[in-house]
Design a protein around this ligand. Structure first.
Ligand code: SF4
Length: 364
């Protein structure tokens, strides 16, 4: 006899867990889901509307497109404009506004910008076009880093020297430190992103939970997973605990995927990185180790790296750090819509502003 597989979209199970949350909740709590994919699932399934009014979900910075810095987008535009370059990127980055333009506009003006689903596709372009420089825009959290690192190793092994990356990967734990140490922080519990933890495990989180006395619960992306993660967080908050717990054991272990972690640390090392709308966070990015510096597009092309100013209308930094909800932005749904985005959170499939717009969350 086999176990019946868990239906993680089971509406009655989700509602039953919500009822448990209602029963254990005695006071207001603010819980941040770190990942933009979780934000969209919460909106899509209306989980925010099923929770008791005491529970406020705050949306975190876990949207890789949203946090890629304005400076990185400008460097991408400068590189893509060069006639010898094929610039490759995930599709989400095409419409992210730079200072004056975006990669979509650059492509319409003649730049060779190609959408890829993996850095390995970019490497194939490099092999097929030896007269060109092929650059991959390396964005994302710890989830995309193993494939990017593997691609670099493959390029080195096969001596493909016309391939490089524009490094922009970011790391979750330093962002959690930045949020929790911000004087305007409201977060009292975290739902940690299940897919990041599938790679990295959750052994990095106990010192954070201990330092800030905050529960951190590894959580998945389906309604039952999210409801279970919220319940485990609320139970801890109500009983004054601050432990790291795993509500996503189907895919996550404490140690994570060691092979992936080894590949990341062979190619990359932690570096300070600028987060769009948030600012510079120490050791929050992945930079290429000196042995692989020749694959860094920043070293290959002469680039203007002047610091840039975000649009004064966009409050993405406040949205991404949980200080403001998207509808509190005066531009939300007015000057800023998915067809005319002013900021990255309105562009990305994982952006909080896009989720609020799509699922009509226009007030608290
Ligand atoms: S609604 Fe638009 S302008 Fe406002 S914070 Fe979101 S992306 Fe920025």
């Amino acid at each position: 006899m086999t176990d019946t597989p868990l239906n993680t979209r089971d509406a009655s199970l989700t509602k039953a867990i919500m009822e448990k949350i209602r029963r254990v909740t005695t006071q207001p709590w603010n819980i941040m889901e770190i990942c933009g994919g979780q934000t969209h699932a919460i909106m899509q399934y209306g989980l925010d509307q099923l929770l008791p009014p005491e529970i406020t979900l705050i949306h975190g910075p876990g949207c890789p497109v949203c946090v890629t810095s304005l400076e990185a987008v400008e460097q991408a535009l400068q590189i893509a404009a060069r006639p010898e370059v094929i610039f490759t990127t995930f599709g989400d980055m095409l419409r992210v506004p730079g200072n004056k333009a975006d990669l979509f506009t650059a492509r319409s003006q003649g730049a060779d910008v190609r959408v890829v689903y993996s850095p390995l596709d970019a490497l194939k372009f490099a092999q097929a076009n030896p007269e060109k420089q092929v650059v991959f825009f390396a964005i994302g959290f710890e989830t995309t880093a193993p494939t990017i690192a593997s691609t670099i190793l493959l390029a080195e092994k096969n001596d493909i020297r016309n391939f490089s990356i524009l490094p922009a990967n970011v790391l979750v734990p330093p962002a959690m430190h930045a949020i929790l140490s911000n004087p305007s922080n409201r977060v009292q519990g975290f739902l940690a992103a299940g897919h990041v933890c599938a790679v990295m495990g959750y052994h990095e989180y106990p010192p954070i939970a201990e330092q800030y006395r905050i529960p951190i619960v590894v959580t998945g992306f389906e309604p039952v997973d999210l409801a279970a993660g919220i319940l485990m967080t609320v139970r801890q908050l109500e009983s004054g605990q601050h432990e790291v717990a795993n509500a996503y054991p189907r895919f996550v272990t404490r140690e994570g995927n060691q092979t992936a972690q080894n590949i990341i640390s062979r190619v990359f090392e932690p570096v300070d990185r600028q987060w769009r709308g948030i600012g510079r966070i120490p050791l929050s990015g992945l930079g290429l180790r000196p042995d692989y510096a020749s694959f860094n597009a920043v070293n290959r092309f002469e680039l203007d790296t002047t610091p840039l100013q975000e649009s004064p209308l966009c409050i993405a930094g406040k949205v991404l750090s949980g200080v403001a909800k998207p509808f509190e932005c005066p531009a939300f749904g007015v000057e800023c819509t998915p067809t005319h985005p002013l900021g990255a959170p309105m562009v990305s499939a994982e952006g909080a502003c896009a989720a609020y717009y799509r699922y009509h969350r226009t007030r608290a």
